[in-house]
Design a protein around this ligand. Sequence first.
Ligand code: SAM
Length: 311
Amino acid sequence: MVLPTTQDSLFRLADRLLQSCHNRPQDALLNTIRRRLFVGHDVLGDSYGRIVPAEQRRALGATFTPPQVVRAMVAWAKTQGVTFERIIDPGAGSGRFVLAAAQAFPDAHIIAVEKDPHIVSLLRANIVLAGLIKRVSIIIDDYRSIHLPSAGRTLFIGNPPYVRHHDIEPRWKRWYTETFRAYGLPGSALAGLHLHFLLKTRQLAVSGDYGCFITAAEWLDVNYGSTARAMLMNGMGGRSLHLIDTASQVFPDAMTSAAIVCFEVGSSRRSLMIRRVQSSAQLGNLQGGMNITFSRAESQDKWSHLIRPND
Ligand SMILES: C[S@@+](CC[C@H](N)C(=O)[O-])C[C@H]1O[C@@H](n2cnc3c(N)ncnc32)[C@H](O)[C@@H]1O
């Protein structure tokens, strides 16, 4: 299989795959890419990561999630033993969470929210190749702007974009502080886009909904992350945190340490499990860790100090 080498050829390939699905379902290239997709290899997403320069992807926070991490997070959702009517992937990229969640929860309707129209062409091609077009709705918009009708139990799952506050427009910084004010908390103008996604999720979610996000870990320790930490303990139902050691570099081209946060909105629990793993290979299905009460967590400025490397 000849892989695309330029952005133009990649997006043309995605369009061609879409056309072939409708007009030439036996196309050899289409079948190869589809076969790979079924074994967890996202050819279009990988090509995007290879071809599109890091600085261009950075502006969008477009770093796609390694399959091992996607599997661990979807497995955690599965172990909750509840039925999800709806699954929302905010900042869906090429659809890695969409595809894995669709397989794990065959009765759920999935909503993929993605702002970038070029990336949407990859997402749409993957969804069509996987035969999921009837189960997935794509919203092409900024996640912070969307409105959703109410539905049954919803799972929010994904990898919110990591964009630093320097690149966030003033109107969205105002939105962040004003929205947090409604929860009685002070939102900082220094917060990155991943924290805006967390807040928007709090706004969309209702009691009984679940969530699992992988983010850069810095919000667990910095001042401007304290509001998000408070939100996790006040209504958002923080259940667990899984810190992946910086040395293992979860995202090959992004020099950030990663944390996975799991929550159950409206949960009455007053503690969360915190765990540190050396690499994503140790994530399993996100079980275990040290039980930390919310009152202890509240007393700490830096949450990464709540657990030592070998606890
Ligand atoms: C970190 S990537 C994750 C992609 C995919 N969910 C995955 O895990 O492989 C974040 C995605 O969010 C998209 N994005 C960035 N800003 C957005 C916004 N304001 N609203 C919706 N999507 C956005 C980017 O284009 C990118 O595809």
